[in-house]
Every structure is written in C-alpha cells, then in structure tokens.
Design a protein around this ligand. Structure first.
Ligand code: ADP
Ligand code: MG
Length: 699
C-alpha cells in the first residue's frame, strides 16, 4: 500500500497547484498524511435542525432548512447589502450579506432547499442571520448532516482564495474517498489492547467526521495519548541510553574545601531546602552515574550558594567545575560573589565572557589545561570548543531557560566522561511542562525562602499617579533604599522603546536632582554596563533605569523598589522575574506596575494576579493557561522534541502522566527498545524526529 506521507497533496481531487502551494505555505501541508493530521480545532453540533418558529434572538449558532423566496440588493456604498427572505413554512427570517454579493447572486436561488447555518440576531424588529453558511440540502447530506461538524483553522490568505474551513473539510472527505485502504497503525498492538485505544485508522476518520460525542472523545484520547506518549518515550529513551552507556565521575570524597567552607565561611545558616537539595546532588554524584539534575527554586531562594557548595564537592574530588550564566552582568556578579566567598579557601576562580581580554584569556586557557584553574565562571563562551578543561567534573547552568536537551548534550563532550550537569532555573515551570521539556532530568526543588524575608508588596498604578509615586520613592530613598525602573525594550519597536528608556532616565534625573541615577541597557558596551551596575550595587547610585537586561539573577539586596513601566507589555513570568530583583534583603520591598488607563481584559487579569500572589508556581500555571504552552518563555527554544498537533499540556496533563507511565512500563521491560514488538516504536520515533528536523530547516 502506498505510504500516505509520500502522496503529494497536489494530486488530491480538489487541490491542484495553486491550492497545494497555499496549503504548503500556510499550513505546512505537503502530503496526504499532513492533511489527515491537520486536526479540527472545534466541532459544531449540527445534529439538530430548528424550525423558524423556534428561533429567538440571542440563540447561539443554529441550523435551519428551507427555501429562499426572494433576493434583493439594498443600500449604497458601504451599506450595500444583499438580503434574502428565507422560509421553512413555520416563519421567515432574513439572510444578509455585505460581502461576496456576486457569488451569492449567482449561486443562491429559489430552486433548491438549503441548510442554513448561523447566529440569529434582530435588526429593525426582524430576525436575521448575517453571512450564513449555506449548503444545498441534497448535496450536503453526506458531509454536513453528520451531527458534529469539524472546523479547521485557516488563514486570511486562504479564505480569500476560497480555502476556508469547509473547503478543507471537503478535501479531507475527498482524501478518505480516494484512499480506500486502512491507515497503518502507529502503536504496538499490546498497548492498544491493554488501554483499549481506538485503532489509528478509526481515530483519524472519526476526528474529522465524528458521528457522536462518545466516539469522538475516544478518538481524541487515542491521538492525544499517542502524541504525548511518544514525547515521553523519546525523552526517557535518551535518559536510558545515557544511563546504560555513560559512566559518570564518582565523587566519593567529602574533603577539605566543602568542610572548611561549611564550618568557617558560610555567610548564613542554610535553609532546610538548601540542605536537602545539596544532599540529593551529593547522592547523585556518588553513584557512578552521570548526574543530570534540574534545580528549581523561586527567585531569591538561594540557588547560587547551592551551586557553589556542589562545585566545592567537585573540587574536593580533584575535578574542575564551571558555572554558566545567560548574561555578562550575571556572570560577573556570580564571579564577584563566589570569588569573595572562596577567597579564604585559596580556590582559583576565573571569569570568562565575550569581553575577556586576550591576555587574560590566554592565562585562563593555560590554567584550564593544566588543571590549575578550579572554577570557571562565564557566559555561553564556556561551551565553545576552544575552551578545553583538564578534568571537568561538573557544569552548572544558571537561570538558563533557553537551554534545550541538545545544547546540554554539547557539554558532555567537554571531558572523556561527561561531567555532571546541574541546571538551575527560577522560571518556575508547571510540572507537566517540566516533565516534557526537562523530562530527562531529575528534579530538585527549593521550596523555602531564607528566613526573615518579607513578602514583596505589589501595586498597580495608572500613569496619572506619578506624583504620588515620586513621593513614595523619595521616602524610600531617604530611608536609604534603592530603586529600579524597568522599561520594555523589544526588537520590533526598538527605536521607540529606546526613546522611552532615555526619556525615563532624563525624567528621573530631573525629578530626583538629589540622587545619582544610572542607566543600563543592552546596547551599552559590557564595560559600561559593568560600571553602571557597580555604581548601583555599591550604593553610590540610588536609582537604576534599565531594560530587562536585569531580568535574571541580578542581586542587590538593598534595592527595595521595582517600578515596571508599561507593565502591560510584559508577560506574567517576566513580571515575576523582574519583581524578584527586589525582596532580597531584610527590608520591606515593593513592586509597582505602571500601566496606562485603558487595558485589555487579559492585561487587567495579569495585573490582578501579580498584585495578588508572590507564588512563582501559581504564576507559571496562570501564565501557561493564559498564553498556552507554545508561547511560554523557554519552551520555544528549549523545544519540544516534536510539534504538538492535538494535545495541550495544560488541558491534557492527566493523559500526559499516563503517557509517561506507559512509556516507563515499555522501557522497563525493554530499555533499549530491542524487542520485535517494539520496533514500531523505533520507526515512529525516527519518523517524528525527521519530520521536526525537516520543518526546522524550511521555516
Ligand atoms: P536565586 O535563587 O534567585 O539565584 P540567590 O542565590 O541570588 O537567589 O540568593 C538570593 C539572596 O539570598 C542572596 O543575597 C543570598 O546571599 C541570600 N541567601 C542565600 N541563601 C541564604 C540563606 N540560607 N540565608 C539567608 N540568606 C541567603
Ligand atoms: Mg540566581
């Protein structure tokens, strides 16, 4: 039988070159298979036909069956429209068109019985339906009168070329008409049996042409399950391969560095959560397996100290360690903190970023190769192939939500045996998403803030309260506190944003002549950025006006006020990250969200959530619900291994759990998928990966 993926959509009856081109560029549909996997986004119940006498204004979409009595054009210019009088013997309604008049005129007449579908409303006391869907009754029988009708997303461009939802539905119909064979199964028979899943052939037909809700639900379940199952299988298989084929460094010694640091140089008592996660990691690194762990902890929970202590364990076992941060500012700050903390231990630490001087770079390279340099801190410059370690035992990646499975893999090549990897993130990601994006990692959570922190108070102000805001700021500054003012700066509107930022800077200088104000943004030279950061961190400047370059990690405990300008332009996770820059000391801290007066409903909700809660996990869940996981920060780049066609990680979290559990069961019995009955799984994984790569290259 011909493989559906090799049949070109162009040759499907009803397509042709022009439509094929549209389908390809607008929907990525190239083959028969692509079309079959282009799933409806909703269904409309068309099982019932109403009589006109039953119709009331305010009803949702309904279906009527009847004839057109008369058709006339009325009005002029923009008000010009076509009105049909439509009847079924129980009453009359008007059908109204403002667009496509020519088409209506030549296609709609009194000779046929029509099924009309649309939402009734009232105009001049008469019930009407604007731009109804119309089908001739006989011809529509097969497709339309199915009860549940599938609706497909299309683009404006497609619609203007008559390739609307209905047209797509018809193409799918043609496809199933012309393809009589059974669509080959993609799951092993034993899984289908055990979980009583609808077979693929039936599921695909039902998803496009459901007969009733019950079988549709079963079909959807099967397809969602399959999608999520394969994602989990892929991740868990990778993890298995690693466990079986890779030997990790065994850190058995607990030696001088850690002990000495712990007993003599620890700046404060560790929180219970910090102690627990350090224990978890020590255990990992002692087993002889390679550690791959994700450390989640809300902003300010003290991840840096954990990282340092874990690095000291590596040093105690005569290995080198490195710490990678996403920005130069953050790398520099880590370097300063850590260098100061380990100075008394005599640990050799260096900083490597894009702006490290040549001579320093040469020194670092030499000392890395000789093993003299023990801890290297830097930006992604660290993963370049030119950076060669003598005995790299541990890599810590901080705040790196843009680090996918593939990039992590690059780090392993840094030593004959791959180093242990610790990924630290403060972007709290919902459990389901973590399972998917970081599903190959073990997870540790710091769920406790250091003692004595007062919860940050968040307020939402409209721009017209600026005088009041300034009075408040002055009070705080007089108490000795410092203030951040953050402006959005995005590429698309960079010029305008930059202007706002510089004006904001000048405004603050004017409004607070007694204060020193500094500015930090991405266009500055690294040395200028460092200088400004330093002036602020040292307390010499009271106000810092900045872009989101300070979003991650920056730590100035005396800064207690965060003002976010045009807060409506930030997403929830980003607002939470920014807010996390304050509340790091013992003082009461404040976050003030400034917006204009007119706000979209969704924006208002975001502000409401921010002022209500400081809980990063709650915010992440809300963010995911509002934006959908596809848009969530980090998921795009870190990337799901395959594109999601039908599932939604928020909505389908239960099926996701089940997919993971089934994948675990499969791999438990057959860790490397070698059994004959599992070959179908291997084939499918390869196929899915290839599809993703192909699209990655095209788009
Ligand atoms: P994050 O988890 O956001 O990276 P940091 O590591 O920057 O947090 O820590 C935030 C602040 O809390 C720092 O000033 C740090 O010195 C302090 N801190 C960390 N651990 C503790 C602790 N156990 N007790 C008190 N303060 C701590
Ligand atoms: Mg941090």
């Amino acid at each position: 039988m011909t493989e559906l993926s090799t049949l070109n959509i162009m040759y499907l009856p009803g397509v042709g070159p022009k439509r094929a081109d549209l389908l390809k560029h607008e929907l990525r549909i190239i083959s028969y298979e692509d079309l079959i996997y282009y799933f409806p986004y909703k269904y409309v119940d068309r099982s019932r036909i109403f009589t006109i006498s039953e119709v009331r204004p305010g009803m949702q979409h309904i279906q009527l069956k009847g004839r057109v009595n008369s058709l006339r054009t009325i009005g002029e210019g923009r008000g010009k429209r076509m009105v049909a009088n439509f009847t079924d013997g129980t009453g009359n309604v008007e059908l109204v068109w403002f667009k496509g008049l020519k088409f209506v005129k030549s296609n709609i007449n009194g000779d046929f019985v029509y099924i009309v579908f649309g939402k009734p409303s009232v105009f001049n006391g008469i019930i009407n339906i604007v731009h109804p869907e119309m089908d001739r009754f006989n011809e529509s029988k097969s497709l339309i009168q199915q009860g549940l009708q599938a609706h497909y997303n299309t683009s404006e461009k497609m619609k203007s070329n008559f390739l609307n939802s209905k047209a797509i539905h018809k193409l799918v119909y043609n496809l199933f008409q012309s393809y009589k064979g059974k669509i080959p199964e993609t799951l092993p028979a034993y899984i289908i049996e055990k979980y009583r899943l609808t077979i693929l052939n039936d599921a695909l037909r039902i998803i496009h042409f459901p007969r009733d809700n019950q079988s549709l639900e079963k079909a959807r379940f099967r397809l969602i399950f399959e999608e999520l199952f394969y994602i989990q299988l892929n991740i868990l298989r990778l993890k298995n391969q690693r466990t079986f084929s890779i030997k990790g460094h065994t850190f058995t010694k607990v030696g001088g560095y850690l002990n000495q640091f712990y007993s003599q140089h620890l700046p404060f008592e560790l929180t219970g959560a910090q102690k627990r996660v350090i224990r978890e990691m020590r255990h990992d690194m002692g087993t002889g397996r390679q550690m791959n762990r994700l450390l989640q902890g809300d902003v300010g929970s003290g991840k840096t100290l954990v990282a340092l202590m874990v690095m000291l364990i590596a040093l105690d076992n005569d290995f080198q360690a490195c710490l990678m941060a996403p920005t130069e500012i953050l790398a520099t700050q880590h370097f300063e903190t850590i260098a100061a903390q380990v100075e008394a231990l005599g640990v050799n630490v260096a900083l490597l970023t894009g702006s490290t001087k040549k001579s320093e770079r040469v020194r670092i390279d030499e000392q890395l190769r000789s093993g003299e340099l023990q801890i290297l801190i830097g930006t992604h410059a660290l993963i370049e192939d030119t950076v060669v370690f003598n005995r790299l035992g541990l890599v810590v990646i901080d705040e790196q939500h843009r680090f996918g499975v593939q990039q992590r893999a690059r780090l392993w090549k840094k030593n004959l045996n791959p180093p242990h990897v610790l990924v630290m993130t403060a972007t709290p990601i919902p459990r389901t998403l973590a399972m998917t994006v970081y599903g190959d990692l073990e997870v540790s959570v710091i769920d406790e803030l250091p003692p004595g922190r007062k919860p940050i108070q968040t307020m939402h102000y409209f721009h017209n309260r600026r005088n009041q805001l300034n009075r408040f700021l002055r009070e705080e500054i007089e108490k000795g506190r410092q203030v951040y003012v953050v402006y959005p700066l995005i590429e698309e509107s960079e010029k305008m944003d930059f202007k706002n930022l510089s004006e904001g800077y000048e405004y603050m200088q004017g409004a607070f002549p007694e204060c020193k104000v500094v500015m930090v943004h991405g266009r500055m030279k690294p040395s200028e950025k460092d200088e400004a950061m330093h002036v602020f961190a040292s307390g010499e400047a009271q106000i810092m006006v900045a872009t989101t370059v300070i979003e991650v990690g920056v730590n100035v405990p005396n800064a207690s006020v965060m003002i976010i300008e045009s807060a409506e332009r930030f997403g929830l996770s980003q607002l939470h990250q920014l807010r996390g820059r304050v509340g790091r000391g013992a003082e009461q801290s404040y976050c003030i969200l400034m917006t204009s007066f007119k706000l979209a409903e969704e924006t208002r909700k975001r502000m409401e959530i921010m002022t209500r809660t400081n809980d990063g996990f709650e915010i992440a869940e809300a963010d995911m619900k509002m934006r959908g996981p596809g848009d969530l920060e980090g998921t795009q780049q870190s990337g799901l291994p395959f594109d999601l066609k039908i599932s939604n990680l928020t909505r389908d979290s239960r099926i996701l759990q089940m997919g993971r559990q089934v994948a675990e069961e499969v791999l438990e019995k057959d860790p490397l998928l070698e059994k004959a009955e599992n070959q179908i799984l291997n084939r499918q994984l390869t196929k899915l990966a290839r599809a993703k790569i192909n699209w990655g290259m095209i788009s």
